[in-house]
Design a protein around this ligand. Sequence first.
Ligand SMILES: [Zn+2]
Length: 613
Amino acid sequence: MARFSSESIERVRDAVDIAEVLAPYTELRRAGQRLQGLCPFHDERSPSFSVNPQDKLYYCFGCGEKGDVFTFLQEKEGLPFAEAVETLAERFGVDVEREQEDPRLEEQRKRRARLGEVLDRTAAYYTKYLWESDEAKKARTYLLGRGLSEASLREFGVGFAPNRWDTVVMRGQQGGVSQSELVAAGLVKKGQKGGWMDHFRARIMFPIRDGRGRMQGFGGRATRQEQRAKYVNSPDGELFHKSRMLYGIDRARAAIAKKGRAVVVEGYTDVIAAHHAGLEETVAVMGTAITPDQVKLLAAHTGEVVLALDADRAGREAMLRAESVASGKRVRLRVAAMPEGEDPAEMLKGDGPGSTAADRFEALVDGAVELSVFHVGTLLDEAELGTPDGRDRALNEVVPVLKGMPDSITRDELVREVGEKLSADPGLVARRLAAAPRAPRPAAVAAAPAVGVGEESPFAPGGGGVAQSPRALTTQEVREQALLSMCIAAPTYGRDYVEKLKREHLSTPAMGRARDWLAEHLDEPTKGLPEEDVELGRIVLRLAEKAPSEPASPEAMELTFLQLEKGAIERRIAEAEALGVSEASVDLQKRRAQFAERIAHHQSDVPTQSARR
Ligand SMILES: [Zn+2]
Protein backbone atom coordinates (compact mmCIF):
# COMPACT_ATOMS: atom_id res chain seq x y z
CA MET A 1 0.00 0.00 0.00
CA ALA A 2 2.45 2.62 -1.12
CA ARG A 3 -0.23 5.06 -1.94
CA PHE A 4 0.04 7.36 1.07
CA SER A 5 3.10 8.02 3.17
CA SER A 6 2.79 6.29 6.54
CA GLU A 7 3.29 9.66 8.14
CA SER A 8 0.17 10.89 6.29
CA ILE A 9 -1.82 7.89 7.44
CA GLU A 10 -0.84 8.58 11.03
CA ARG A 11 -1.90 12.20 10.70
CA VAL A 12 -5.30 11.05 9.46
CA ARG A 13 -5.55 8.63 12.38
CA ASP A 14 -4.69 11.45 14.79
CA ALA A 15 -7.33 13.75 13.37
CA VAL A 16 -10.17 11.23 13.30
CA ASP A 17 -12.82 11.11 15.98
CA ILE A 18 -13.62 7.39 16.11
CA ALA A 19 -16.89 7.98 17.96
CA GLU A 20 -18.07 10.16 15.12
CA VAL A 21 -17.10 7.56 12.51
CA LEU A 22 -18.97 4.82 14.39
CA ALA A 23 -21.98 6.97 15.25
CA PRO A 24 -24.13 6.06 12.20
CA TYR A 25 -23.67 2.35 12.96
CA THR A 26 -24.19 2.03 16.66
CA GLU A 27 -25.05 4.10 19.68
CA LEU A 28 -22.07 4.31 22.00
CA ARG A 29 -22.17 5.05 25.72
CA ARG A 30 -19.26 5.99 27.90
CA ALA A 31 -18.08 3.22 30.25
CA GLY A 32 -15.04 4.49 32.16
CA GLN A 33 -12.23 5.23 29.69
CA ARG A 34 -14.01 3.33 26.97
CA LEU A 35 -17.13 3.58 24.88
CA GLN A 36 -19.54 0.72 24.63
CA GLY A 37 -22.45 -0.25 22.41
CA LEU A 38 -24.21 -2.93 20.41
CA CYS A 39 -21.87 -4.55 17.93
CA PRO A 40 -22.36 -3.37 14.34
CA PHE A 41 -20.90 -6.62 13.06
CA HIS A 42 -23.19 -9.15 14.72
CA ASP A 43 -26.72 -9.27 16.09
CA GLU A 44 -26.90 -8.88 19.82
CA ARG A 45 -29.08 -7.56 22.60
CA SER A 46 -26.52 -6.60 25.21
CA PRO A 47 -23.52 -4.47 24.27
CA SER A 48 -20.23 -6.32 23.81
CA PHE A 49 -18.69 -3.84 21.37
CA SER A 50 -15.96 -1.83 23.05
CA VAL A 51 -14.17 1.23 21.71
CA ASN A 52 -10.98 2.82 22.94
CA PRO A 53 -11.33 6.48 21.90
CA GLN A 54 -7.68 7.33 22.72
CA ASP A 55 -6.04 4.62 20.64
CA LYS A 56 -9.00 4.66 18.23
CA LEU A 57 -9.49 0.93 18.23
CA TYR A 58 -12.55 -1.25 18.55
CA TYR A 59 -13.04 -4.79 19.73
CA CYS A 60 -16.13 -6.98 20.02
CA PHE A 61 -16.14 -9.52 22.85
CA GLY A 62 -19.03 -11.28 21.16
CA CYS A 63 -17.79 -11.92 17.63
CA GLY A 64 -14.12 -11.00 17.87
CA GLU A 65 -14.22 -8.24 15.22
CA LYS A 66 -11.46 -5.77 15.93
CA GLY A 67 -9.58 -3.01 14.20
CA ASP A 68 -9.07 0.70 13.75
CA VAL A 69 -10.93 3.47 11.94
CA PHE A 70 -9.58 2.34 8.58
CA THR A 71 -10.51 -1.33 8.94
CA PHE A 72 -13.92 -0.23 10.16
CA LEU A 73 -14.67 1.59 6.92
CA GLN A 74 -13.12 -1.24 4.92
CA GLU A 75 -15.41 -3.76 6.61
CA LYS A 76 -18.59 -1.78 6.94
CA GLU A 77 -18.59 0.21 3.74
CA GLY A 78 -16.58 -2.17 1.61
CA LEU A 79 -13.95 0.48 0.90
CA PRO A 80 -10.45 -0.44 -0.16
CA PHE A 81 -7.80 0.73 2.31
CA ALA A 82 -6.62 3.71 0.24
CA GLU A 83 -10.17 4.92 -0.12
CA ALA A 84 -10.84 4.56 3.58
CA VAL A 85 -7.78 6.76 4.24
CA GLU A 86 -8.84 9.29 1.64
CA THR A 87 -12.45 9.43 2.86
CA LEU A 88 -11.39 10.08 6.45
CA ALA A 89 -8.72 12.57 5.35
CA GLU A 90 -11.35 14.58 3.49
CA ARG A 91 -13.84 14.34 6.31
CA PHE A 92 -11.46 15.43 9.04
CA GLY A 93 -9.61 17.97 6.91
CA VAL A 94 -6.18 16.35 6.65
CA ASP A 95 -3.94 16.86 3.60
CA VAL A 96 -2.37 13.56 2.68
CA GLU A 97 0.78 13.07 0.67
CA ARG A 98 0.76 10.53 -2.02
CA GLU A 99 3.79 8.40 -2.60
CA GLN A 100 5.02 7.11 -5.91
CA GLU A 101 1.83 7.82 -7.70
CA ASP A 102 1.61 6.84 -11.35
CA PRO A 103 1.89 10.24 -13.10
CA ARG A 104 -0.96 9.42 -15.49
CA LEU A 105 -3.25 8.49 -12.64
CA GLU A 106 -2.21 11.58 -10.74
CA GLU A 107 -3.04 13.72 -13.76
CA GLN A 108 -6.40 11.99 -14.11
CA ARG A 109 -7.17 12.42 -10.42
CA LYS A 110 -6.31 16.11 -10.53
CA ARG A 111 -8.38 16.66 -13.65
CA ARG A 112 -11.37 14.93 -12.11
CA ALA A 113 -11.03 17.02 -8.99
CA ARG A 114 -10.90 20.17 -11.16
CA LEU A 115 -14.00 19.18 -13.16
CA GLY A 116 -15.74 18.31 -9.90
CA GLU A 117 -14.96 21.79 -8.60
CA VAL A 118 -16.39 23.41 -11.73
CA LEU A 119 -19.56 21.35 -11.23
CA ASP A 120 -19.69 22.26 -7.54
CA ARG A 121 -19.44 25.97 -8.31
CA THR A 122 -22.12 25.68 -10.99
CA ALA A 123 -24.40 23.78 -8.59
CA ALA A 124 -23.98 26.52 -6.01
CA TYR A 125 -24.89 29.12 -8.63
CA TYR A 126 -28.00 27.15 -9.68
CA THR A 127 -29.10 26.83 -6.05
CA LYS A 128 -28.77 30.55 -5.45
CA TYR A 129 -30.69 31.17 -8.67
CA LEU A 130 -33.53 28.85 -7.59
CA TRP A 131 -34.08 30.64 -4.31
CA GLU A 132 -33.39 34.21 -5.33
CA SER A 133 -34.46 34.83 -8.93
CA ASP A 134 -37.89 35.84 -10.20
CA GLU A 135 -37.45 33.49 -13.11
CA ALA A 136 -37.38 30.45 -10.82
CA LYS A 137 -40.56 31.40 -8.97
CA LYS A 138 -42.66 28.80 -10.81
CA ALA A 139 -40.07 26.13 -10.12
CA ARG A 140 -40.06 27.02 -6.41
CA THR A 141 -43.85 26.82 -6.33
CA TYR A 142 -43.75 23.44 -8.05
CA LEU A 143 -41.15 21.97 -5.67
CA LEU A 144 -42.75 23.30 -2.50
CA GLY A 145 -46.13 22.14 -3.90
CA ARG A 146 -44.69 18.61 -3.98
CA GLY A 147 -44.46 18.95 -0.21
CA LEU A 148 -40.67 19.27 -0.20
CA SER A 149 -39.35 21.70 2.39
CA GLU A 150 -36.81 24.37 1.56
CA ALA A 151 -34.45 22.78 4.08
CA SER A 152 -34.60 19.37 2.35
CA LEU A 153 -34.19 20.92 -1.08
CA ARG A 154 -31.19 22.90 0.12
CA GLU A 155 -29.69 19.80 1.70
CA PHE A 156 -29.78 18.06 -1.67
CA GLY A 157 -28.51 21.22 -3.39
CA VAL A 158 -31.47 21.48 -5.77
CA GLY A 159 -31.19 24.46 -8.13
CA PHE A 160 -32.46 26.13 -11.26
CA ALA A 161 -30.73 26.68 -14.61
CA PRO A 162 -31.77 30.01 -16.15
CA ASN A 163 -33.46 30.03 -19.54
CA ARG A 164 -30.45 31.52 -21.33
CA TRP A 165 -28.06 30.05 -23.84
CA ASP A 166 -24.84 31.16 -22.29
CA THR A 167 -25.06 31.50 -18.51
CA VAL A 168 -22.48 28.82 -17.82
CA VAL A 169 -20.46 29.68 -20.92
CA MET A 170 -20.08 33.29 -19.73
CA ARG A 171 -19.49 32.42 -16.09
CA GLY A 172 -16.85 29.94 -17.18
CA GLN A 173 -15.04 32.57 -19.21
CA GLN A 174 -15.11 35.03 -16.33
CA GLY A 175 -13.94 32.37 -13.90
CA GLY A 176 -11.01 31.28 -16.05
CA VAL A 177 -12.41 27.84 -16.83
CA SER A 178 -11.55 26.65 -20.32
CA GLN A 179 -14.26 25.79 -22.83
CA SER A 180 -12.92 22.25 -23.10
CA GLU A 181 -13.23 21.75 -19.35
CA LEU A 182 -16.82 22.97 -19.40
CA VAL A 183 -17.53 20.48 -22.17
CA ALA A 184 -15.78 17.68 -20.27
CA ALA A 185 -17.85 18.52 -17.20
CA GLY A 186 -20.98 18.13 -19.33
CA LEU A 187 -22.12 21.70 -18.79
CA VAL A 188 -21.61 23.14 -22.25
CA LYS A 189 -22.10 21.76 -25.75
CA LYS A 190 -21.70 22.87 -29.34
CA GLY A 191 -24.82 24.45 -30.84
CA GLN A 192 -26.10 23.85 -34.37
CA LYS A 193 -24.47 27.05 -35.61
CA GLY A 194 -21.15 26.02 -34.18
CA GLY A 195 -21.12 28.27 -31.11
CA TRP A 196 -20.97 27.06 -27.51
CA MET A 197 -24.15 26.86 -25.46
CA ASP A 198 -25.33 25.71 -22.04
CA HIS A 199 -26.42 22.09 -21.80
CA PHE A 200 -29.16 22.86 -19.27
CA ARG A 201 -31.67 25.69 -19.71
CA ALA A 202 -34.90 26.45 -17.84
CA ARG A 203 -34.64 23.31 -15.79
CA ILE A 204 -34.84 22.34 -12.14
CA MET A 205 -31.38 21.00 -11.40
CA PHE A 206 -30.56 18.00 -9.21
CA PRO A 207 -26.82 17.60 -8.52
CA ILE A 208 -25.70 13.97 -8.80
CA ARG A 209 -22.76 12.81 -6.70
CA ASP A 210 -20.88 9.57 -6.33
CA GLY A 211 -20.77 7.49 -3.16
CA ARG A 212 -18.13 9.79 -1.68
CA GLY A 213 -20.07 12.94 -2.35
CA ARG A 214 -18.04 14.09 -5.34
CA MET A 215 -20.02 15.94 -8.01
CA GLN A 216 -20.46 13.92 -11.19
CA GLY A 217 -23.19 15.76 -13.04
CA PHE A 218 -26.80 16.88 -13.01
CA GLY A 219 -30.30 15.72 -13.71
CA GLY A 220 -32.50 18.49 -15.05
CA ARG A 221 -36.28 18.53 -15.02
CA ALA A 222 -38.23 20.53 -17.59
CA THR A 223 -40.28 23.48 -16.36
CA ARG A 224 -41.98 24.48 -19.61
CA GLN A 225 -44.53 22.81 -21.83
CA GLU A 226 -42.47 23.24 -24.98
CA GLN A 227 -39.40 21.44 -23.62
CA ARG A 228 -39.32 18.14 -25.42
CA ALA A 229 -37.58 15.96 -22.85
CA LYS A 230 -39.05 15.98 -19.35
CA TYR A 231 -35.69 14.92 -17.92
CA VAL A 232 -32.22 15.61 -19.27
CA ASN A 233 -29.03 14.30 -17.64
CA SER A 234 -25.44 15.34 -18.04
CA PRO A 235 -24.03 13.58 -21.08
CA ASP A 236 -21.89 10.53 -20.34
CA GLY A 237 -18.29 11.68 -20.14
CA GLU A 238 -15.21 11.71 -17.97
CA LEU A 239 -17.18 11.94 -14.73
CA PHE A 240 -20.75 11.11 -15.50
CA HIS A 241 -21.85 7.60 -16.40
CA LYS A 242 -25.59 7.41 -16.26
CA SER A 243 -25.79 3.64 -15.96
CA ARG A 244 -23.41 3.62 -12.97
CA MET A 245 -24.93 6.41 -10.92
CA LEU A 246 -27.48 6.25 -8.18
CA TYR A 247 -29.02 9.53 -7.18
CA GLY A 248 -28.66 10.12 -3.44
CA ILE A 249 -26.05 7.37 -2.83
CA ASP A 250 -23.76 9.91 -1.13
CA ARG A 251 -26.39 10.71 1.48
CA ALA A 252 -27.81 7.17 1.67
CA ARG A 253 -24.62 5.18 2.12
CA ALA A 254 -24.38 5.17 5.90
CA ALA A 255 -28.10 4.44 6.30
CA ILE A 256 -27.87 1.56 3.81
CA ALA A 257 -25.03 0.05 5.81
CA LYS A 258 -26.84 0.58 9.08
CA LYS A 259 -30.23 -0.73 8.02
CA GLY A 260 -28.86 -3.49 5.83
CA ARG A 261 -31.04 -2.56 2.88
CA ALA A 262 -31.37 -0.05 0.08
CA VAL A 263 -34.64 1.33 -1.24
CA VAL A 264 -34.71 2.17 -4.93
CA VAL A 265 -37.22 4.72 -6.21
CA GLU A 266 -37.74 6.31 -9.59
CA GLY A 267 -37.45 10.07 -9.20
CA TYR A 268 -35.23 12.71 -7.66
CA THR A 269 -38.06 14.19 -5.62
CA ASP A 270 -38.99 10.68 -4.38
CA VAL A 271 -35.50 10.39 -2.89
CA ILE A 272 -35.70 13.80 -1.20
CA ALA A 273 -39.17 13.04 0.19
CA ALA A 274 -38.13 9.59 1.43
CA HIS A 275 -35.03 10.95 3.21
CA HIS A 276 -37.15 13.62 4.85
CA ALA A 277 -39.57 10.92 6.02
CA GLY A 278 -36.69 9.05 7.70
CA LEU A 279 -35.97 6.44 5.02
CA GLU A 280 -32.46 7.67 4.40
CA GLU A 281 -31.46 4.42 2.72
CA THR A 282 -33.30 5.57 -0.43
CA VAL A 283 -31.66 6.17 -3.82
CA ALA A 284 -32.99 6.60 -7.36
CA VAL A 285 -31.96 5.07 -10.65
CA MET A 286 -31.54 7.44 -13.58
CA GLY A 287 -34.54 6.54 -15.69
CA THR A 288 -36.73 3.55 -14.97
CA ALA A 289 -34.47 0.62 -15.69
CA ILE A 290 -31.96 -0.52 -13.10
CA THR A 291 -28.67 -1.48 -14.74
CA PRO A 292 -26.18 -4.26 -13.91
CA ASP A 293 -23.66 -1.65 -12.70
CA GLN A 294 -26.21 -0.11 -10.36
CA VAL A 295 -27.05 -3.52 -8.92
CA LYS A 296 -23.33 -4.15 -8.51
CA LEU A 297 -22.88 -0.85 -6.70
CA LEU A 298 -25.78 -1.64 -4.37
CA ALA A 299 -24.55 -5.18 -3.82
CA ALA A 300 -21.27 -3.70 -2.61
CA HIS A 301 -23.16 -1.97 0.21
CA THR A 302 -25.96 -4.33 1.13
CA GLY A 303 -27.49 -7.75 0.57
CA GLU A 304 -31.02 -6.49 0.21
CA VAL A 305 -32.61 -4.10 -2.26
CA VAL A 306 -36.25 -3.02 -2.13
CA LEU A 307 -37.64 -1.69 -5.39
CA ALA A 308 -40.32 0.92 -4.83
CA LEU A 309 -40.94 1.91 -8.43
CA ASP A 310 -44.22 3.18 -9.85
CA ALA A 311 -47.04 0.69 -10.16
CA ASP A 312 -47.64 1.53 -13.81
CA ARG A 313 -46.69 -0.79 -16.60
CA ALA A 314 -43.26 0.75 -17.16
CA GLY A 315 -42.46 0.47 -13.46
CA ARG A 316 -43.56 -3.14 -13.31
CA GLU A 317 -41.51 -4.02 -16.36
CA ALA A 318 -38.50 -2.28 -14.85
CA MET A 319 -38.83 -4.40 -11.72
CA LEU A 320 -39.08 -7.60 -13.73
CA ARG A 321 -36.05 -6.58 -15.77
CA ALA A 322 -34.21 -6.12 -12.49
CA GLU A 323 -34.80 -9.81 -11.88
CA SER A 324 -32.63 -10.76 -14.84
CA VAL A 325 -30.13 -7.96 -14.19
CA ALA A 326 -29.62 -9.15 -10.62
CA SER A 327 -29.57 -12.81 -11.53
CA GLY A 328 -26.34 -14.15 -10.14
CA LYS A 329 -25.59 -11.17 -7.89
CA ARG A 330 -25.36 -11.34 -4.14
CA VAL A 331 -28.53 -9.37 -3.56
CA ARG A 332 -32.00 -10.25 -2.50
CA LEU A 333 -34.50 -8.20 -4.50
CA ARG A 334 -37.87 -7.35 -3.08
CA VAL A 335 -40.72 -5.27 -4.42
CA ALA A 336 -42.75 -2.74 -2.46
CA ALA A 337 -46.12 -2.55 -4.17
CA MET A 338 -46.82 1.15 -4.62
CA PRO A 339 -50.48 2.07 -4.91
CA GLU A 340 -51.51 2.68 -8.53
CA GLY A 341 -51.00 6.27 -9.62
CA GLU A 342 -48.99 7.33 -6.56
CA ASP A 343 -45.26 7.81 -6.37
CA PRO A 344 -43.36 8.01 -3.06
CA ALA A 345 -43.14 11.82 -3.18
CA GLU A 346 -46.90 12.14 -3.63
CA MET A 347 -47.59 9.58 -0.98
CA LEU A 348 -45.30 11.27 1.53
CA LYS A 349 -46.30 14.85 0.70
CA GLY A 350 -43.26 16.05 2.57
CA ASP A 351 -44.35 14.54 5.87
CA GLY A 352 -41.62 13.82 8.37
CA PRO A 353 -40.70 10.67 10.29
CA GLY A 354 -43.51 9.21 12.40
CA SER A 355 -46.27 10.84 10.34
CA THR A 356 -49.08 8.67 9.00
CA ALA A 357 -47.76 9.04 5.45
CA ALA A 358 -44.22 8.13 6.47
CA ASP A 359 -45.48 5.10 8.42
CA ARG A 360 -47.54 4.01 5.45
CA PHE A 361 -44.57 4.23 3.08
CA GLU A 362 -42.29 2.47 5.54
CA ALA A 363 -44.87 -0.29 5.99
CA LEU A 364 -44.94 -0.80 2.22
CA VAL A 365 -41.14 -1.06 2.18
CA ASP A 366 -41.05 -3.38 5.20
CA GLY A 367 -43.76 -5.56 3.68
CA ALA A 368 -42.06 -5.81 0.30
CA VAL A 369 -42.42 -9.24 -1.30
CA GLU A 370 -39.76 -11.33 -3.01
CA LEU A 371 -39.38 -10.35 -6.63
CA SER A 372 -40.36 -13.84 -7.79
CA VAL A 373 -43.59 -13.65 -5.79
CA PHE A 374 -44.29 -10.29 -7.41
CA HIS A 375 -43.48 -11.77 -10.81
CA VAL A 376 -45.94 -14.64 -10.37
CA GLY A 377 -48.59 -12.16 -9.20
CA THR A 378 -48.02 -10.02 -12.30
CA LEU A 379 -48.34 -13.03 -14.60
CA LEU A 380 -51.58 -14.09 -12.92
CA ASP A 381 -52.95 -10.54 -13.10
CA GLU A 382 -52.29 -10.40 -16.80
CA ALA A 383 -53.53 -13.91 -17.59
CA GLU A 384 -56.74 -14.55 -19.50
CA LEU A 385 -58.45 -16.62 -16.88
CA GLY A 386 -61.71 -16.92 -18.86
CA THR A 387 -60.58 -19.74 -21.11
CA PRO A 388 -58.78 -23.06 -20.46
CA ASP A 389 -56.35 -22.00 -23.19
CA GLY A 390 -55.51 -18.75 -21.41
CA ARG A 391 -55.09 -20.58 -18.11
CA ASP A 392 -52.75 -23.10 -19.76
CA ARG A 393 -50.63 -20.28 -21.14
CA ALA A 394 -50.49 -18.64 -17.73
CA LEU A 395 -49.42 -21.92 -16.13
CA ASN A 396 -46.67 -22.33 -18.71
CA GLU A 397 -45.35 -18.88 -17.85
CA VAL A 398 -45.62 -19.27 -14.10
CA VAL A 399 -43.91 -22.66 -13.76
CA PRO A 400 -40.38 -21.49 -14.74
CA VAL A 401 -40.60 -18.61 -12.23
CA LEU A 402 -41.67 -21.01 -9.48
CA LYS A 403 -38.89 -23.37 -10.51
CA GLY A 404 -36.39 -20.58 -10.03
CA MET A 405 -37.41 -20.11 -6.39
CA PRO A 406 -35.77 -22.02 -3.55
CA ASP A 407 -37.82 -24.85 -2.08
CA SER A 408 -39.65 -22.98 0.66
CA ILE A 409 -42.92 -22.34 2.41
CA THR A 410 -43.30 -19.21 0.31
CA ARG A 411 -43.11 -21.30 -2.82
CA ASP A 412 -45.55 -23.90 -1.49
CA GLU A 413 -48.04 -21.17 -0.72
CA LEU A 414 -47.56 -19.67 -4.12
CA VAL A 415 -48.15 -23.04 -5.77
CA ARG A 416 -51.45 -23.32 -3.91
CA GLU A 417 -52.41 -19.79 -4.90
CA VAL A 418 -51.60 -20.42 -8.56
CA GLY A 419 -53.76 -23.57 -8.48
CA GLU A 420 -56.67 -21.62 -7.03
CA LYS A 421 -56.36 -18.70 -9.38
CA LEU A 422 -56.16 -20.93 -12.45
CA SER A 423 -58.91 -23.20 -11.10
CA ALA A 424 -56.46 -26.07 -11.41
CA ASP A 425 -55.76 -28.91 -9.05
CA PRO A 426 -52.74 -27.85 -6.90
CA GLY A 427 -51.38 -31.33 -7.57
CA LEU A 428 -51.19 -30.46 -11.26
CA VAL A 429 -49.14 -27.32 -10.57
CA ALA A 430 -46.82 -29.29 -8.28
CA ARG A 431 -46.37 -32.04 -10.87
CA ARG A 432 -45.61 -29.52 -13.62
CA LEU A 433 -43.14 -27.86 -11.27
CA ALA A 434 -41.41 -31.15 -10.54
CA ALA A 435 -41.22 -32.00 -14.24
CA ALA A 436 -39.83 -28.60 -15.30
CA PRO A 437 -36.12 -28.48 -16.17
CA ARG A 438 -33.84 -27.28 -13.42
CA ALA A 439 -31.87 -24.86 -15.59
CA PRO A 440 -32.33 -21.16 -14.87
CA ARG A 441 -34.77 -19.43 -17.14
CA PRO A 442 -32.97 -18.85 -20.43
CA ALA A 443 -34.51 -15.40 -20.79
CA ALA A 444 -33.01 -14.29 -17.50
CA VAL A 445 -29.54 -15.49 -18.35
CA ALA A 446 -29.60 -14.10 -21.87
CA ALA A 447 -30.79 -10.72 -20.61
CA ALA A 448 -28.10 -10.40 -17.96
CA PRO A 449 -25.14 -8.72 -19.63
CA ALA A 450 -21.78 -10.18 -18.82
CA VAL A 451 -20.29 -8.00 -16.12
CA GLY A 452 -18.00 -10.65 -14.69
CA VAL A 453 -14.46 -9.76 -13.71
CA GLY A 454 -13.02 -13.24 -13.74
CA GLU A 455 -13.92 -16.83 -13.15
CA GLU A 456 -14.43 -16.35 -9.43
CA SER A 457 -16.56 -13.27 -9.71
CA PRO A 458 -19.81 -13.36 -7.80
CA PHE A 459 -21.09 -10.99 -10.46
CA ALA A 460 -20.66 -13.49 -13.24
CA PRO A 461 -23.98 -14.80 -14.56
CA GLY A 462 -25.17 -17.73 -12.53
CA GLY A 463 -23.06 -16.99 -9.46
CA GLY A 464 -23.95 -16.49 -5.84
CA GLY A 465 -27.59 -15.40 -5.97
CA VAL A 466 -29.50 -15.38 -2.74
CA ALA A 467 -33.14 -16.21 -3.24
CA GLN A 468 -32.22 -17.68 -6.59
CA SER A 469 -32.77 -20.96 -8.26
CA PRO A 470 -31.23 -24.21 -7.12
CA ARG A 471 -28.30 -24.34 -9.53
CA ALA A 472 -24.74 -25.42 -9.91
CA LEU A 473 -22.51 -23.83 -7.25
CA THR A 474 -20.07 -21.15 -8.29
CA THR A 475 -16.34 -21.67 -7.73
CA GLN A 476 -16.58 -19.13 -4.92
CA GLU A 477 -19.36 -21.07 -3.19
CA VAL A 478 -17.58 -24.40 -3.62
CA ARG A 479 -14.51 -22.86 -1.93
CA GLU A 480 -16.23 -21.21 0.99
CA GLN A 481 -18.23 -24.34 1.71
CA ALA A 482 -15.15 -26.52 1.40
CA LEU A 483 -13.18 -24.35 3.82
CA LEU A 484 -15.95 -24.28 6.43
CA SER A 485 -16.40 -28.06 6.08
CA MET A 486 -12.66 -28.50 6.62
CA CYS A 487 -12.88 -26.29 9.70
CA ILE A 488 -15.52 -28.63 11.12
CA ALA A 489 -13.44 -31.66 10.17
CA ALA A 490 -10.27 -30.31 11.80
CA PRO A 491 -11.32 -27.82 14.48
CA THR A 492 -7.79 -27.47 15.87
CA TYR A 493 -6.69 -25.58 12.76
CA GLY A 494 -10.22 -24.74 11.73
CA ARG A 495 -10.85 -22.32 14.58
CA ASP A 496 -8.29 -19.89 13.15
CA TYR A 497 -9.81 -19.95 9.70
CA VAL A 498 -13.35 -19.45 10.96
CA GLU A 499 -12.00 -16.37 12.73
CA LYS A 500 -10.20 -15.17 9.62
CA LEU A 501 -13.21 -15.53 7.35
CA LYS A 502 -14.95 -12.20 7.03
CA ARG A 503 -18.21 -11.27 5.45
CA GLU A 504 -16.35 -10.17 2.31
CA HIS A 505 -15.10 -13.72 1.75
CA LEU A 506 -18.59 -15.17 1.75
CA SER A 507 -21.14 -14.98 -1.00
CA THR A 508 -24.37 -14.59 0.94
CA PRO A 509 -25.58 -13.18 4.27
CA ALA A 510 -26.66 -16.72 5.19
CA MET A 511 -23.10 -17.98 4.74
CA GLY A 512 -22.01 -15.13 7.00
CA ARG A 513 -24.46 -16.34 9.64
CA ALA A 514 -23.11 -19.87 9.20
CA ARG A 515 -19.61 -18.54 9.86
CA ASP A 516 -20.84 -16.71 12.99
CA TRP A 517 -22.53 -19.89 14.16
CA LEU A 518 -19.43 -22.02 13.61
CA ALA A 519 -17.29 -19.47 15.46
CA GLU A 520 -19.17 -20.44 18.58
CA HIS A 521 -20.24 -24.03 17.86
CA LEU A 522 -17.38 -25.54 15.93
CA ASP A 523 -17.17 -28.65 18.10
CA GLU A 524 -20.83 -29.57 17.80
CA PRO A 525 -22.10 -27.49 14.91
CA THR A 526 -25.40 -29.27 14.35
CA LYS A 527 -26.50 -29.16 17.97
CA GLY A 528 -29.08 -26.57 18.99
CA LEU A 529 -29.42 -24.90 15.60
CA PRO A 530 -31.92 -22.05 15.83
CA GLU A 531 -35.25 -23.15 14.36
CA GLU A 532 -36.20 -19.71 13.11
CA ASP A 533 -33.28 -19.54 10.69
CA VAL A 534 -34.08 -22.33 8.27
CA GLU A 535 -31.40 -21.33 5.80
CA LEU A 536 -28.68 -21.30 8.44
CA GLY A 537 -29.76 -24.76 9.57
CA ARG A 538 -29.67 -26.08 6.04
CA ILE A 539 -26.20 -24.70 5.37
CA VAL A 540 -24.67 -25.94 8.63
CA LEU A 541 -26.15 -29.42 8.17
CA ARG A 542 -24.76 -29.57 4.64
CA LEU A 543 -21.31 -28.39 5.79
CA ALA A 544 -21.23 -30.95 8.60
CA GLU A 545 -22.35 -33.69 6.25
CA LYS A 546 -19.54 -32.94 3.84
CA ALA A 547 -16.90 -32.51 6.54
CA PRO A 548 -15.72 -36.15 6.74
CA SER A 549 -14.95 -36.26 3.01
CA GLU A 550 -12.88 -33.05 2.97
CA PRO A 551 -9.07 -33.36 2.83
CA ALA A 552 -8.70 -31.11 5.86
CA SER A 553 -4.96 -30.50 5.98
CA PRO A 554 -3.58 -27.14 7.14
CA GLU A 555 -2.14 -26.68 3.63
CA ALA A 556 -5.48 -27.26 1.95
CA MET A 557 -7.13 -24.86 4.36
CA GLU A 558 -4.52 -22.17 3.79
CA LEU A 559 -4.80 -22.55 0.02
CA THR A 560 -8.58 -22.34 0.02
CA PHE A 561 -8.43 -19.32 2.30
CA LEU A 562 -5.94 -17.58 -0.01
CA GLN A 563 -8.23 -18.26 -2.95
CA LEU A 564 -11.18 -16.73 -1.10
CA GLU A 565 -9.05 -13.74 -0.16
CA LYS A 566 -8.09 -13.29 -3.80
CA GLY A 567 -11.76 -13.49 -4.76
CA ALA A 568 -12.57 -10.80 -2.20
CA ILE A 569 -9.85 -8.55 -3.62
CA GLU A 570 -11.23 -9.10 -7.09
CA ARG A 571 -14.65 -8.02 -5.91
CA ARG A 572 -13.15 -4.89 -4.39
CA ILE A 573 -11.46 -4.15 -7.70
CA ALA A 574 -14.80 -4.47 -9.48
CA GLU A 575 -16.34 -2.25 -6.86
CA ALA A 576 -13.59 0.39 -7.10
CA GLU A 577 -14.05 0.38 -10.85
CA ALA A 578 -17.81 0.69 -10.52
CA LEU A 579 -17.21 3.70 -8.29
CA GLY A 580 -14.80 5.08 -10.84
CA VAL A 581 -11.83 4.95 -8.49
CA SER A 582 -9.28 3.51 -10.83
CA GLU A 583 -6.41 4.67 -8.60
CA ALA A 584 -7.63 2.37 -5.85
CA SER A 585 -7.86 -0.54 -8.19
CA VAL A 586 -4.18 -0.28 -9.10
CA ASP A 587 -3.25 -1.01 -5.48
CA LEU A 588 -5.70 -3.85 -5.44
CA GLN A 589 -4.35 -5.27 -8.69
CA LYS A 590 -0.95 -5.43 -6.99
CA ARG A 591 -2.39 -7.24 -4.00
CA ARG A 592 -4.26 -9.55 -6.29
CA ALA A 593 -1.00 -10.43 -8.05
CA GLN A 594 0.68 -11.10 -4.70
CA PHE A 595 -2.09 -13.48 -3.71
CA ALA A 596 -2.01 -15.20 -7.08
CA GLU A 597 1.68 -15.82 -6.47
CA ARG A 598 1.12 -17.19 -2.96
CA ILE A 599 -1.63 -19.41 -4.31
CA ALA A 600 0.63 -20.78 -7.04
CA HIS A 601 3.25 -21.47 -4.38
CA HIS A 602 0.77 -23.33 -2.18
CA GLN A 603 -0.76 -25.27 -4.99
CA SER A 604 2.40 -27.28 -5.49
CA ASP A 605 2.03 -28.44 -1.85
CA VAL A 606 -1.57 -29.52 -2.22
CA PRO A 607 -2.06 -31.56 -5.36
CA THR A 608 -5.57 -32.68 -4.39
CA GLN A 609 -6.74 -29.12 -4.60
CA SER A 610 -6.25 -28.85 -8.32
CA ALA A 611 -9.74 -30.21 -8.87
CA ARG A 612 -11.11 -27.12 -7.24
CA ARG A 613 -9.42 -24.64 -9.55
ZN1 LIG B 1 -19.63 -8.38 17.37
